[in-house]
Write a protein that binds this ligand. Structure first.
Ligand SMILES: [Zn+2]
Length: 259
């Protein structure tokens, strides 16, 4: 399931391939991907325009085209494919460019969305999304303010899109693993030093994963992510990786060093 690093890579891919090409035709192959939006509204607004710039906020992708922005959410299985010849099997929306290239938004499971929005900032505000952890304006003091007075499990805190936009199951587990915090630790028992560690470590993880995946690489072997299986040996302390459920989400952690 795409989280912030994966959506960042889609954003770079879109910018590399789809900007500044005239959109000759928009084909919606499955209306369910449009959510509440009407097909005619969607296709009319984009036809004849070009995508001129991209933005990302958490897991939300935006591309400007004329007076509107295309908003994509990748759901469980969203993907982008730029091609000349063969249309991908699960293409739901295809942009046919005037130079005979195409960009498909694919989504096998149809949990994603492609729609128009007039203003990404308003979109983020109206949905109450927290800051993007990689936004250069995002400060430790903002993070402290957002988590002050919150209760519930540490993992739920990190996954709340009102606290932070873009952290999902995988990177919440990875951050807690690397900061030695048990996923069920009550949020109001995270110390100020640990809050700082979360802030720094989480951003480092996201940047590392983006840079590694951008080069076709994978996760560092000292990360939890390549060891997400009950009974695996913890790459940090040699303890045992355990599997549990926190807030309905499958959670992996080390029972020895995460407290
Ligand atoms: Zn461990």
């Amino acid at each position: 399931m795409p989280e912030l690093p994966e959506v960042e890579l889609y954003t770079r891919y879109f910018a590399e391939h789809a900007l500044h090409r005239r959109i000759a035709r928009v084909r919606v192959l499955d209306d369910r991907i449009l959510g509440a939006q009407r097909r005619a509204t969607f296709t009319r607004a984009l036809t004849g325009k070009s995508f001129t710039r991209v933005r990302r906020h958490g897991k939300h992708f935006f591309a400007a085209a004329g007076a509107q922005w295309l908003h994509l959410h990748f759901g469980m299985s969203g993907d982008l494919s730029f091609y000349r010849d063969e249309q991908p099997r699960f293409a739901r929306v295809v942009f046919d460019f005037a130079d005979a290239t195409h960009l498909a938004f694919e989504d096998m499971r149809l949990f994603g969305v492609a729609e128009l929005t007039p203003d990404p900032d308003a979109y983020v505000r109206e949905r109450g999304l927290g800051p993007d952890p990689l936004d250069p304006q995002f400060r430790l003091s903002d993070f402290r303010e957002r988590i002050a007075g919150r209760r519930g499990a540490a993992k739920a805190l990190l996954m709340s899109q009102e606290v932070l936009a873009g952290i999902g199951n995988l990177y919440a587990d990875e951050t807690l693993f690397q900061t030695a915090i048990h996923p069920r630790r009550p949020a109001d028992r995270i110390t100020p030093a640990e809050t700082k560690a979360i802030f720094t470590t989480m951003r480092k993880i996201l940047r590392t994963v983006i840079e590694r995946k951008a080069r076709g690489g994978s996760y560092p072997s000292r990360y939890l992510t390549p060891h997400r299986e009950a009974g695996e040996r913890c790459p940090r302390c040699g303890g045992t990786i355990e599997k549990t459920v926190v807030m309905t989400r499958t959670t992996y952690f080390c029972a020895r060093h995460q407290r």
